[in-house]
Design a protein around this ligand. Structure first.
Ligand code: SF4
Length: 400
């Protein structure tokens, strides 16, 4: 989200009591580009009509014409109509690594969201070009941490004399700017699979962690896997002066959690868990760690997207599963396991609306543009940012 920041002064004791507030600015899709945001604009040129009956044939033909020059990545949360054209499917980190492992592919068409395409650009070689079929495919969670806000938070910690002992850790689901900030400040990137290992490493480097941008993954990992208490965690609200926290709260916290969340996983509530247990006796509740703490605490199993897929693969025939993650994935898992009862945890639909902006017309458009010799919607990360972001990603790869 675009942001304006007004900075005030500090008191003599170093504690900030200014009016440092960050006010959101509305930016309508298709009405201008905010380079600091996950949100972009609509596509230039003519998109095929969604009703075009030849879309599948057109996508096949364009992909065949490009051959090995193109490699199509499909995130687990994508629509079926797009996933059918993916050369590989996976979570964001697996996909970025897959792109890096295909140096011969000139074009990486990333059917995911903006931060994922940025990570692919950082990890691939200079002669590979990463394309996002719809620039408006952003991530609401990534947008909740804007570089200017994070730098302001870091200034607050510096004023208190605690920045030096704080290690920034950012979830993969963050912009390249934020990964660059973390790399510059000797921190690490994590995924939902390795968050505990990343935090173990971070607490070996310093006394406390600034965890960006998903409060739930940070809290769930610290409390449920590392033995911290809820009182060890504080919530930093970038829209309030000094995050809405007192100096003592910041000084005594072990985990400073950024006030960000996933708009998809944040929808599941304790009521949805209780409700499914009542409706489906014997059901196993399986959720992603981006869900709220009370949901994760009430669930039977918690883990990353890859963990969810493996757990269902290994489940006994006849077993019942209520799954708290994105609906496209849950539907595909239900189709893949007809011998098990796999259902969506919530009663209402819950797609990732930004991920779903990449539909077949956008994929066809992107592929046909490439066939015509034009490179549409290329995602590039500025060199200095990419350098520091790469350091934070490499630190993750080097985790013990
Ligand atoms: S599911 Fe959540 S975290 Fe993932 S891309 Fe969508 S909004 Fe972002």
């Amino acid at each position: 989200m675009a942001a304006h920041t007004a900075r005030g002064g500090t008191r003599g004791d170093g504690w900030r009591d200014d009016e440092s507030v960050t006010a959101p600015v509305l930016l309508l899709l298709g009405r201008g580009r905010d380079a600091g945001s996950e949100r972009g604009v609509d596509c230039p040129g003519d998109l095929p009509a969604p009703s075009d009956p030849h879309l599948v044939e057109r996508a096949r033909a364009a992909k065949a014409a490009l051959g090995n020059r193109v490699f199509v990545l499909g995130h687990h949360y994508q629509r079926d109509e797009v996933i059918q054209f993916a050369d590989v499917t996976g979570d964001s980190f697996k996909l970025a690594k897959e792109a890096a492992a295909r140096p011969d592919a000139e074009f990486i068409v990333f059917c995911g969201v903006h931060f994922m395409a940025e990570s692919a650009d950082i990890l691939t070689s200079e002669n590979q070009r990463v394309i996002l079929p719809d620039l408006a495919a952003g991530c609401s969670m990534a947008d909740m941490a804007v570089l200017e806000q994070v730098e302001q938070c870091w200034d607050t910690l510096a004023d208190l004399g605690i920045a030096e002992s704080t290690v920034p850790v950012t979830y993969m689901n963050s912009s390249a700017d934020i990964k660059g900030f973390v790399g510059r400040n000797k921190g690490v990137v994590c995924t939902s699979s390795n968050a505990k290992r990343a935090l173990d490493w971070a607490f070996a480097q310093g006394d406390k962690v600034l965890f960006l941008p998903d409060q739930h993954l940070g809290r769930n990992t610290a409390v449920l896997e590392m033995g911290f208490s809820l009182d060890d965690c504080v919530l930093y609200d970038p829209h309030k002066p000094s995050g809405g926290l007192t100096a003592d709260q910041l000084r005594s916290a072990k985990m400073i959690l950024w006030r960000g969340h996933c708009s998809v996983h944040g929808r599941f509530t304790l009521e949805t868990v209780n409700d499914v247990r009542e409706r489906v006796p014997g059901v196993n509740v399986l959720v992603h760690p981006e869900c709220r703490h009370e949901v994760v605490t009430a669930a039977d199993y918690v883990g990353s997207t890859e963990f969810i897929i493996k757990t269902l693969d290994a489940a006994e025939p006849g077993s019942k599963w209520a799954v708290g993650t994105e609906l496209n994935l849950v539907r595909r898992l239900a189709d893949a396991h007809p011998d098990k009862q796999v259902m969506f945890l919530d009663k209402t639909v819950c797609y990732c609306s930004t991920m779903n902006r990449i539909d077949l017309p956008h994929l066809v458009w992107a592929l046909e543009e490439l066939v015509a010799g034009r490179v549409p919607n290329q995602i590039t990360v500025e060199a200095a940012t990419a350098h520091h972001a790469r350091a934070a990603l490499d630190q993750m790869l080097a985790l013990p």
